[in-house]
Design a protein around this ligand. Structure first.
Ligand code: CA
Length: 489
Protein backbone atom coordinates (compact mmCIF):
# COMPACT_ATOMS: atom_id res chain seq x y z
CA UNK A 1 0.00 0.00 0.00
CA UNK A 2 1.65 3.11 -1.12
CA UNK A 3 -0.80 5.88 -1.54
CA UNK A 4 1.54 8.42 -3.04
CA UNK A 5 3.30 8.71 -6.40
CA UNK A 6 6.66 7.99 -4.84
CA UNK A 7 5.19 4.81 -3.47
CA UNK A 8 5.82 2.88 -6.68
CA UNK A 9 9.50 2.86 -5.80
CA UNK A 10 9.05 1.02 -2.57
CA UNK A 11 9.13 -2.48 -1.18
CA UNK A 12 8.48 -4.94 -3.94
CA UNK A 13 7.44 -2.81 -6.85
CA UNK A 14 10.01 -2.01 -9.47
CA UNK A 15 9.36 0.56 -12.13
CA UNK A 16 7.04 -0.28 -14.94
CA UNK A 17 7.67 0.87 -18.44
CA UNK A 18 8.48 -0.14 -21.92
CA UNK A 19 11.78 1.42 -22.82
CA UNK A 20 14.87 -0.62 -23.50
CA UNK A 21 17.65 -0.59 -21.02
CA UNK A 22 20.49 1.57 -22.17
CA UNK A 23 23.22 2.29 -19.71
CA UNK A 24 25.09 0.50 -16.99
CA UNK A 25 25.75 3.67 -15.03
CA UNK A 26 24.49 3.29 -11.50
CA UNK A 27 21.40 5.42 -10.96
CA UNK A 28 21.44 5.28 -7.19
CA UNK A 29 22.74 8.54 -5.78
CA UNK A 30 25.24 8.27 -2.94
CA UNK A 31 23.79 8.31 0.57
CA UNK A 32 23.63 11.94 1.64
CA UNK A 33 25.54 13.22 4.63
CA UNK A 34 22.79 14.25 7.02
CA UNK A 35 23.54 16.48 9.97
CA UNK A 36 22.37 14.94 13.22
CA UNK A 37 22.18 18.28 14.99
CA UNK A 38 19.93 19.59 12.22
CA UNK A 39 17.87 16.41 12.57
CA UNK A 40 17.50 16.80 16.33
CA UNK A 41 16.53 20.47 15.97
CA UNK A 42 13.93 19.46 13.42
CA UNK A 43 12.50 16.83 15.79
CA UNK A 44 12.33 19.44 18.58
CA UNK A 45 10.30 21.68 16.27
CA UNK A 46 8.03 18.83 15.17
CA UNK A 47 7.31 17.78 18.73
CA UNK A 48 5.63 21.12 19.37
CA UNK A 49 3.96 21.47 15.97
CA UNK A 50 0.25 21.08 15.31
CA UNK A 51 0.73 17.83 13.36
CA UNK A 52 1.96 16.10 16.53
CA UNK A 53 -0.75 17.44 18.82
CA UNK A 54 -2.26 13.96 19.34
CA UNK A 55 1.10 12.41 20.29
CA UNK A 56 1.97 12.57 23.98
CA UNK A 57 5.48 13.59 24.93
CA UNK A 58 6.26 10.22 26.54
CA UNK A 59 5.61 8.48 23.20
CA UNK A 60 7.46 11.10 21.19
CA UNK A 61 10.54 11.03 23.39
CA UNK A 62 10.56 7.28 23.74
CA UNK A 63 10.55 6.56 20.01
CA UNK A 64 12.43 9.59 18.86
CA UNK A 65 15.36 8.37 16.75
CA UNK A 66 18.86 9.28 17.90
CA UNK A 67 20.17 9.39 14.32
CA UNK A 68 18.71 10.01 10.85
CA UNK A 69 18.81 7.17 8.30
CA UNK A 70 20.39 8.52 5.09
CA UNK A 71 19.45 5.40 3.11
CA UNK A 72 15.78 6.41 3.00
CA UNK A 73 16.70 9.72 1.34
CA UNK A 74 18.68 7.66 -1.14
CA UNK A 75 15.57 5.57 -1.81
CA UNK A 76 13.41 8.67 -2.09
CA UNK A 77 15.57 9.98 -4.92
CA UNK A 78 16.27 6.65 -6.56
CA UNK A 79 15.53 6.48 -10.26
CA UNK A 80 15.56 2.90 -11.49
CA UNK A 81 18.30 2.39 -14.00
CA UNK A 82 16.46 -0.20 -16.03
CA UNK A 83 12.83 -0.04 -17.00
CA UNK A 84 10.82 -3.20 -16.63
CA UNK A 85 8.51 -4.64 -19.27
CA UNK A 86 5.03 -5.52 -18.09
CA UNK A 87 5.61 -9.23 -18.78
CA UNK A 88 8.71 -9.23 -16.58
CA UNK A 89 6.84 -7.44 -13.84
CA UNK A 90 3.91 -9.88 -13.91
CA UNK A 91 5.89 -13.08 -14.29
CA UNK A 92 7.74 -12.33 -11.05
CA UNK A 93 4.60 -11.34 -9.13
CA UNK A 94 2.33 -14.09 -10.40
CA UNK A 95 4.45 -17.22 -10.55
CA UNK A 96 3.73 -20.85 -9.76
CA UNK A 97 5.15 -20.50 -6.25
CA UNK A 98 2.88 -17.59 -5.33
CA UNK A 99 -0.21 -19.30 -6.74
CA UNK A 100 0.58 -22.41 -4.69
CA UNK A 101 1.17 -20.31 -1.56
CA UNK A 102 -2.19 -18.64 -2.25
CA UNK A 103 -4.06 -21.92 -2.61
CA UNK A 104 -2.54 -23.10 0.68
CA UNK A 105 -3.48 -19.83 2.41
CA UNK A 106 -7.03 -20.10 1.10
CA UNK A 107 -7.42 -23.53 2.70
CA UNK A 108 -5.71 -22.54 5.93
CA UNK A 109 -7.82 -19.41 6.43
CA UNK A 110 -11.07 -20.59 4.85
CA UNK A 111 -13.25 -19.95 7.92
CA UNK A 112 -11.85 -16.46 8.46
CA UNK A 113 -12.18 -15.64 4.76
CA UNK A 114 -15.81 -16.78 4.76
CA UNK A 115 -16.59 -14.54 7.73
CA UNK A 116 -14.82 -11.61 6.09
CA UNK A 117 -16.72 -12.18 2.85
CA UNK A 118 -20.03 -12.10 4.66
CA UNK A 119 -19.16 -8.99 6.66
CA UNK A 120 -17.51 -6.87 3.95
CA UNK A 121 -18.87 -8.44 0.77
CA UNK A 122 -15.39 -8.91 -0.68
CA UNK A 123 -14.57 -12.17 -2.45
CA UNK A 124 -12.01 -14.27 -0.56
CA UNK A 125 -9.70 -14.62 -3.57
CA UNK A 126 -9.60 -10.86 -4.09
CA UNK A 127 -8.40 -10.42 -0.51
CA UNK A 128 -5.86 -13.21 -1.07
CA UNK A 129 -4.67 -11.56 -4.30
CA UNK A 130 -3.86 -8.33 -2.46
CA UNK A 131 -2.22 -10.19 0.44
CA UNK A 132 -0.05 -12.23 -1.93
CA UNK A 133 1.14 -9.27 -3.98
CA UNK A 134 1.60 -6.90 -1.02
CA UNK A 135 3.49 -9.11 1.40
CA UNK A 136 3.79 -12.57 -0.15
CA UNK A 137 1.07 -13.80 2.25
CA UNK A 138 2.73 -12.22 5.25
CA UNK A 139 6.25 -13.44 4.48
CA UNK A 140 7.75 -10.13 3.31
CA UNK A 141 6.93 -7.25 5.60
CA UNK A 142 9.93 -4.96 5.21
CA UNK A 143 12.64 -4.50 7.82
CA UNK A 144 13.30 -0.77 8.00
CA UNK A 145 12.62 0.72 11.46
CA UNK A 146 9.60 2.91 10.75
CA UNK A 147 10.28 5.71 13.23
CA UNK A 148 13.79 6.24 11.88
CA UNK A 149 12.61 6.19 8.27
CA UNK A 150 9.64 8.48 8.75
CA UNK A 151 11.48 10.91 11.05
CA UNK A 152 14.29 11.22 8.50
CA UNK A 153 11.84 11.79 5.66
CA UNK A 154 10.06 14.35 7.87
CA UNK A 155 13.20 16.45 8.21
CA UNK A 156 15.08 16.21 4.92
CA UNK A 157 14.54 16.51 1.19
CA UNK A 158 11.22 16.45 -0.66
CA UNK A 159 7.73 15.84 0.76
CA UNK A 160 8.55 16.59 4.40
CA UNK A 161 5.04 17.73 5.19
CA UNK A 162 3.49 14.47 3.97
CA UNK A 163 5.95 12.34 5.94
CA UNK A 164 5.52 14.43 9.08
CA UNK A 165 1.86 13.41 9.05
CA UNK A 166 2.80 9.75 8.58
CA UNK A 167 5.43 9.96 11.36
CA UNK A 168 2.84 11.38 13.75
CA UNK A 169 0.37 8.66 12.72
CA UNK A 170 2.94 5.92 13.24
CA UNK A 171 3.54 7.23 16.79
CA UNK A 172 -0.22 7.28 17.44
CA UNK A 173 -0.50 3.61 16.42
CA UNK A 174 2.01 2.65 19.10
CA UNK A 175 0.46 5.06 21.60
CA UNK A 176 -2.94 3.37 21.01
CA UNK A 177 -1.37 0.00 21.80
CA UNK A 178 -2.35 -1.56 18.46
CA UNK A 179 1.14 -2.58 17.36
CA UNK A 180 4.17 -3.38 19.50
CA UNK A 181 6.94 -0.79 18.92
CA UNK A 182 9.37 -3.56 17.94
CA UNK A 183 6.97 -4.58 15.13
CA UNK A 184 7.01 -1.10 13.61
CA UNK A 185 9.20 -1.98 10.63
CA UNK A 186 8.38 -1.77 6.95
CA UNK A 187 9.33 -0.29 3.61
CA UNK A 188 11.61 2.74 3.48
CA UNK A 189 8.56 4.95 2.86
CA UNK A 190 6.65 3.69 5.88
CA UNK A 191 4.25 1.04 4.52
CA UNK A 192 4.11 -1.80 7.01
CA UNK A 193 2.46 -5.03 8.07
CA UNK A 194 0.84 -7.82 6.09
CA UNK A 195 -1.32 -5.33 4.21
CA UNK A 196 1.50 -2.78 3.74
CA UNK A 197 -0.71 0.08 4.91
CA UNK A 198 0.74 3.54 5.40
CA UNK A 199 0.13 4.74 8.99
CA UNK A 200 -2.64 7.14 7.84
CA UNK A 201 -4.46 4.30 6.07
CA UNK A 202 -4.02 2.16 9.16
CA UNK A 203 -5.71 4.76 11.37
CA UNK A 204 -8.48 5.18 8.80
CA UNK A 205 -9.25 1.59 7.86
CA UNK A 206 -7.53 -1.07 9.98
CA UNK A 207 -9.96 -3.31 11.88
CA UNK A 208 -9.72 -5.59 14.91
CA UNK A 209 -11.36 -8.68 13.44
CA UNK A 210 -10.49 -11.25 16.10
CA UNK A 211 -11.81 -8.97 18.83
CA UNK A 212 -8.78 -8.90 21.12
CA UNK A 213 -8.90 -5.11 21.33
CA UNK A 214 -5.88 -4.51 19.07
CA UNK A 215 -5.65 -3.87 15.36
CA UNK A 216 -2.54 -5.90 14.73
CA UNK A 217 -1.77 -5.95 11.01
CA UNK A 218 1.72 -7.33 11.63
CA UNK A 219 1.09 -10.56 13.56
CA UNK A 220 -2.62 -11.21 13.25
CA UNK A 221 -3.82 -12.66 9.94
CA UNK A 222 -7.58 -12.20 10.55
CA UNK A 223 -6.99 -8.51 11.40
CA UNK A 224 -4.85 -8.10 8.26
CA UNK A 225 -7.28 -9.83 5.89
CA UNK A 226 -10.31 -8.02 7.28
CA UNK A 227 -8.49 -4.69 7.01
CA UNK A 228 -7.73 -5.40 3.36
CA UNK A 229 -11.40 -6.21 2.71
CA UNK A 230 -12.41 -3.06 4.60
CA UNK A 231 -10.04 -1.03 2.42
CA UNK A 232 -11.47 -2.46 -0.83
CA UNK A 233 -15.04 -1.97 0.42
CA UNK A 234 -14.24 1.62 1.37
CA UNK A 235 -12.86 2.30 -2.13
CA UNK A 236 -16.09 1.22 -3.82
CA UNK A 237 -15.91 -2.57 -4.18
CA UNK A 238 -19.05 -4.13 -5.68
CA UNK A 239 -20.12 -7.38 -4.05
CA UNK A 240 -20.54 -10.27 -6.47
CA UNK A 241 -18.87 -8.58 -9.43
CA UNK A 242 -15.80 -10.07 -11.08
CA UNK A 243 -12.84 -7.71 -11.49
CA UNK A 244 -13.10 -8.14 -15.25
CA UNK A 245 -11.96 -10.56 -17.93
CA UNK A 246 -9.21 -11.30 -20.33
CA UNK A 247 -10.75 -10.70 -23.75
CA UNK A 248 -9.97 -11.15 -27.43
CA UNK A 249 -10.00 -8.22 -29.82
CA UNK A 250 -11.37 -8.72 -33.34
CA UNK A 251 -8.77 -8.88 -36.14
CA UNK A 252 -7.41 -5.50 -37.12
CA UNK A 253 -8.99 -3.79 -34.11
CA UNK A 254 -7.21 -0.75 -32.81
CA UNK A 255 -7.86 1.08 -29.56
CA UNK A 256 -5.90 2.92 -26.91
CA UNK A 257 -5.73 1.47 -23.43
CA UNK A 258 -8.22 3.43 -21.33
CA UNK A 259 -9.50 1.68 -18.26
CA UNK A 260 -11.38 4.76 -17.10
CA UNK A 261 -13.51 5.09 -20.24
CA UNK A 262 -16.15 2.63 -19.10
CA UNK A 263 -18.87 1.33 -21.42
CA UNK A 264 -21.57 -1.31 -21.24
CA UNK A 265 -20.89 -4.92 -22.16
CA UNK A 266 -23.26 -4.53 -25.13
CA UNK A 267 -21.00 -1.79 -26.45
CA UNK A 268 -17.99 -4.10 -26.40
CA UNK A 269 -19.99 -7.00 -27.83
CA UNK A 270 -21.01 -4.76 -30.72
CA UNK A 271 -17.35 -3.92 -31.27
CA UNK A 272 -16.67 -7.62 -31.81
CA UNK A 273 -14.86 -8.38 -28.54
CA UNK A 274 -15.24 -11.82 -26.95
CA UNK A 275 -13.76 -13.57 -23.95
CA UNK A 276 -10.18 -14.68 -24.62
CA UNK A 277 -11.34 -18.23 -25.35
CA UNK A 278 -13.83 -16.98 -27.97
CA UNK A 279 -17.02 -17.25 -25.84
CA UNK A 280 -19.43 -14.31 -25.83
CA UNK A 281 -18.91 -11.59 -23.22
CA UNK A 282 -21.06 -12.20 -20.12
CA UNK A 283 -23.39 -9.51 -18.77
CA UNK A 284 -22.32 -9.67 -15.12
CA UNK A 285 -20.52 -6.31 -15.18
CA UNK A 286 -22.45 -3.12 -15.72
CA UNK A 287 -19.61 -1.01 -17.09
CA UNK A 288 -16.09 -1.88 -18.09
CA UNK A 289 -13.06 -0.21 -19.63
CA UNK A 290 -10.48 -1.64 -22.01
CA UNK A 291 -7.01 -2.25 -20.56
CA UNK A 292 -4.16 -2.99 -22.98
CA UNK A 293 -0.94 -3.21 -20.93
CA UNK A 294 1.22 -3.87 -24.02
CA UNK A 295 -0.98 -2.45 -26.77
CA UNK A 296 -3.35 -4.29 -29.12
CA UNK A 297 -0.77 -7.00 -29.86
CA UNK A 298 -0.72 -8.28 -26.27
CA UNK A 299 -3.28 -9.62 -23.79
CA UNK A 300 -6.40 -7.44 -23.56
CA UNK A 301 -8.74 -6.98 -20.61
CA UNK A 302 -12.13 -5.47 -19.86
CA UNK A 303 -12.05 -4.25 -16.29
CA UNK A 304 -14.75 -3.03 -13.93
CA UNK A 305 -15.05 -1.17 -10.67
CA UNK A 306 -13.41 -3.88 -8.56
CA UNK A 307 -10.27 -3.65 -10.65
CA UNK A 308 -10.24 0.06 -9.79
CA UNK A 309 -10.30 -0.79 -6.09
CA UNK A 310 -7.16 -2.92 -6.58
CA UNK A 311 -5.65 0.02 -8.43
CA UNK A 312 -6.38 2.32 -5.51
CA UNK A 313 -4.15 0.16 -3.35
CA UNK A 314 -1.02 1.19 -5.24
CA UNK A 315 -1.85 3.44 -8.21
CA UNK A 316 -0.41 1.14 -10.89
CA UNK A 317 -2.42 -0.72 -13.53
CA UNK A 318 0.14 -3.50 -13.78
CA UNK A 319 0.06 -3.89 -10.03
CA UNK A 320 -3.75 -4.14 -10.09
CA UNK A 321 -3.53 -6.66 -12.94
CA UNK A 322 -1.16 -8.80 -10.87
CA UNK A 323 -3.73 -8.89 -8.04
CA UNK A 324 -6.54 -9.66 -10.49
CA UNK A 325 -4.64 -12.44 -12.23
CA UNK A 326 -3.34 -14.00 -9.01
CA UNK A 327 -6.87 -14.01 -7.58
CA UNK A 328 -8.19 -15.81 -10.70
CA UNK A 329 -5.52 -18.51 -10.49
CA UNK A 330 -6.20 -19.01 -6.77
CA UNK A 331 -9.93 -19.27 -7.57
CA UNK A 332 -9.20 -21.93 -10.19
CA UNK A 333 -6.72 -23.60 -7.83
CA UNK A 334 -4.44 -24.20 -10.77
CA UNK A 335 -0.76 -23.27 -10.66
CA UNK A 336 0.22 -25.19 -13.78
CA UNK A 337 -0.13 -22.27 -16.18
CA UNK A 338 0.34 -18.70 -15.03
CA UNK A 339 0.28 -17.06 -18.47
CA UNK A 340 -2.65 -15.25 -20.01
CA UNK A 341 -4.39 -16.89 -23.00
CA UNK A 342 -3.00 -14.29 -25.41
CA UNK A 343 0.79 -14.20 -25.31
CA UNK A 344 2.74 -11.04 -24.59
CA UNK A 345 4.23 -9.49 -27.74
CA UNK A 346 7.73 -10.83 -27.13
CA UNK A 347 9.71 -13.90 -28.16
CA UNK A 348 11.44 -13.79 -24.78
CA UNK A 349 8.92 -14.05 -21.92
CA UNK A 350 9.62 -13.16 -18.31
CA UNK A 351 10.89 -15.42 -15.55
CA UNK A 352 9.63 -16.63 -12.20
CA UNK A 353 11.28 -15.76 -8.88
CA UNK A 354 12.87 -19.22 -8.81
CA UNK A 355 14.40 -18.62 -12.24
CA UNK A 356 15.61 -15.22 -11.03
CA UNK A 357 17.35 -16.99 -8.14
CA UNK A 358 18.91 -19.49 -10.59
CA UNK A 359 20.32 -16.61 -12.63
CA UNK A 360 21.65 -14.82 -9.57
CA UNK A 361 23.35 -17.93 -8.25
CA UNK A 362 24.94 -18.59 -11.66
CA UNK A 363 26.18 -14.97 -11.80
CA UNK A 364 27.64 -15.26 -8.30
CA UNK A 365 29.30 -18.53 -9.28
CA UNK A 366 30.75 -16.79 -12.33
CA UNK A 367 32.28 -14.10 -10.13
CA UNK A 368 29.85 -11.20 -10.46
CA UNK A 369 29.34 -9.15 -7.32
CA UNK A 370 25.57 -8.88 -7.35
CA UNK A 371 25.13 -8.66 -3.60
CA UNK A 372 23.03 -11.73 -2.93
CA UNK A 373 20.45 -14.21 -4.16
CA UNK A 374 17.00 -12.81 -3.40
CA UNK A 375 14.97 -13.57 -6.53
CA UNK A 376 14.56 -9.87 -7.24
CA UNK A 377 16.20 -8.64 -10.42
CA UNK A 378 17.48 -5.22 -9.37
CA UNK A 379 20.05 -2.87 -10.82
CA UNK A 380 23.04 -4.89 -9.57
CA UNK A 381 21.82 -8.07 -11.19
CA UNK A 382 20.90 -6.30 -14.42
CA UNK A 383 24.29 -4.63 -14.63
CA UNK A 384 25.96 -8.01 -14.15
CA UNK A 385 23.75 -9.56 -16.84
CA UNK A 386 24.69 -6.74 -19.18
CA UNK A 387 28.38 -7.40 -18.53
CA UNK A 388 27.91 -11.13 -18.98
CA UNK A 389 26.11 -10.50 -22.29
CA UNK A 390 28.83 -8.09 -23.46
CA UNK A 391 31.56 -10.54 -22.56
CA UNK A 392 29.89 -13.10 -24.80
CA UNK A 393 29.09 -10.81 -27.70
CA UNK A 394 25.33 -11.05 -27.17
CA UNK A 395 23.33 -8.29 -28.78
CA UNK A 396 21.55 -6.37 -27.47
CA UNK A 397 23.37 -6.41 -24.13
CA UNK A 398 20.27 -5.04 -22.45
CA UNK A 399 20.76 -6.53 -18.99
CA UNK A 400 17.36 -8.14 -19.12
CA UNK A 401 16.63 -11.39 -17.29
CA UNK A 402 14.23 -13.25 -19.60
CA UNK A 403 13.73 -16.88 -20.53
CA UNK A 404 16.50 -16.68 -23.15
CA UNK A 405 19.11 -15.44 -20.69
CA UNK A 406 17.98 -18.02 -18.15
CA UNK A 407 18.57 -20.79 -20.71
CA UNK A 408 21.93 -19.32 -21.71
CA UNK A 409 23.42 -18.95 -18.25
CA UNK A 410 21.97 -22.19 -16.91
CA UNK A 411 23.38 -24.04 -19.91
CA UNK A 412 26.80 -22.53 -19.33
CA UNK A 413 26.60 -23.03 -15.62
CA UNK A 414 25.67 -26.70 -16.07
CA UNK A 415 28.50 -27.32 -18.54
CA UNK A 416 31.12 -25.61 -16.37
CA UNK A 417 30.01 -27.65 -13.38
CA UNK A 418 30.18 -30.78 -15.49
CA UNK A 419 33.85 -29.97 -16.13
CA UNK A 420 34.42 -29.80 -12.42
CA UNK A 421 35.25 -26.14 -12.60
CA UNK A 422 33.79 -24.02 -9.87
CA UNK A 423 35.99 -20.98 -9.84
CA UNK A 424 34.82 -17.54 -8.98
CA UNK A 425 36.74 -15.89 -11.75
CA UNK A 426 36.51 -12.25 -12.58
CA UNK A 427 34.85 -12.17 -15.98
CA UNK A 428 36.07 -9.91 -18.75
CA UNK A 429 34.46 -6.46 -18.82
CA UNK A 430 33.11 -6.88 -15.35
CA UNK A 431 33.47 -4.08 -12.88
CA UNK A 432 36.01 -4.86 -10.19
CA UNK A 433 34.58 -6.51 -7.14
CA UNK A 434 34.59 -4.30 -4.12
CA UNK A 435 36.39 -5.46 -1.01
CA UNK A 436 34.15 -5.79 1.99
CA UNK A 437 34.33 -2.90 4.40
CA UNK A 438 35.61 -3.79 7.83
CA UNK A 439 32.23 -3.41 9.49
CA UNK A 440 30.66 -5.85 7.10
CA UNK A 441 33.29 -8.46 7.80
CA UNK A 442 32.14 -8.44 11.39
CA UNK A 443 28.72 -9.65 10.33
CA UNK A 444 29.96 -12.62 8.42
CA UNK A 445 29.11 -15.69 10.34
CA UNK A 446 29.60 -18.51 7.95
CA UNK A 447 32.31 -19.01 5.43
CA UNK A 448 31.00 -21.19 2.67
CA UNK A 449 33.76 -21.55 0.15
CA UNK A 450 37.25 -20.27 -0.30
CA UNK A 451 38.33 -19.82 -3.84
CA UNK A 452 41.65 -20.39 -5.46
CA UNK A 453 43.25 -18.02 -7.96
CA UNK A 454 40.67 -17.75 -10.62
CA UNK A 455 40.65 -19.08 -14.08
CA UNK A 456 37.69 -18.37 -16.31
CA UNK A 457 35.35 -21.31 -16.43
CA UNK A 458 34.39 -20.55 -20.00
CA UNK A 459 36.49 -19.97 -23.06
CA UNK A 460 36.89 -16.39 -24.10
CA UNK A 461 39.73 -15.12 -26.26
CA UNK A 462 41.51 -11.97 -25.12
CA UNK A 463 40.40 -12.50 -21.59
CA UNK A 464 43.07 -11.52 -19.12
CA UNK A 465 43.74 -14.00 -16.40
CA UNK A 466 42.92 -12.53 -13.06
CA UNK A 467 44.66 -13.39 -9.84
CA UNK A 468 42.06 -11.87 -7.59
CA UNK A 469 40.67 -14.23 -4.99
CA UNK A 470 37.16 -14.28 -3.68
CA UNK A 471 35.46 -15.93 -0.83
CA UNK A 472 31.77 -16.63 -0.87
CA UNK A 473 30.18 -15.93 2.49
CA UNK A 474 26.72 -15.95 3.97
CA UNK A 475 26.06 -12.95 6.19
CA UNK A 476 23.99 -12.91 9.35
CA UNK A 477 21.17 -11.53 7.18
CA UNK A 478 21.24 -14.76 5.18
CA UNK A 479 22.51 -13.05 2.05
CA UNK A 480 25.35 -14.61 0.08
CA UNK A 481 28.14 -12.22 -0.90
CA UNK A 482 31.45 -12.46 -2.67
CA UNK A 483 34.26 -10.93 -0.70
CA UNK A 484 37.63 -10.16 -2.24
CA UNK A 485 40.35 -11.61 -0.04
CA UNK A 486 43.55 -11.30 -2.03
CA UNK A 487 45.04 -9.49 -4.96
CA UNK A 488 48.10 -9.99 -7.17
CA UNK A 489 49.95 -13.19 -7.92
CA1 CA B 1 -7.03 -8.02 16.83
Amino acid sequence: MRMTPLSTLSLLTAAIGFSLASTAQAARPPAPDLSNSEFQQCLDRLKNSSKFRGVDSYTFNNYRPTQPDPSVIQSLNYQPEFQKDVWDYLSALVDKERVEDGIRAKRQWSDTLRQIESRYGVKAEHVLGVWGVESNFGQTLGKKPLFESLATLSCFDRRQSYFQGEFANALKIVQNGDIAPSDMTGSWAGAFGQTQFMPSTFLELAVDFDGDGRRDLVNNVPDALASTANFLDNRGYRTGEPWGYEVKLPDGYWAASNRKDKKSMSHWRNQGLTLANGSPLPYDLSSVGLLLPAGVEGPAFLVGKNFDTFYSYNASENYALAIAHLSDLITREDSSKTDFITAWPTDDPGISRQQAKDIQQALLDAGYDIGGVDGIIGDNTRTAIQQYQSSRGIFPADGRAGQKFHRLIMGNSASSNAQGSNQYGQPANSKPLTPAPADRMGQLIQQQTTTTPSTPSYASPNQPTSNIRYRRVVGSDGVTRLIRVDEGS
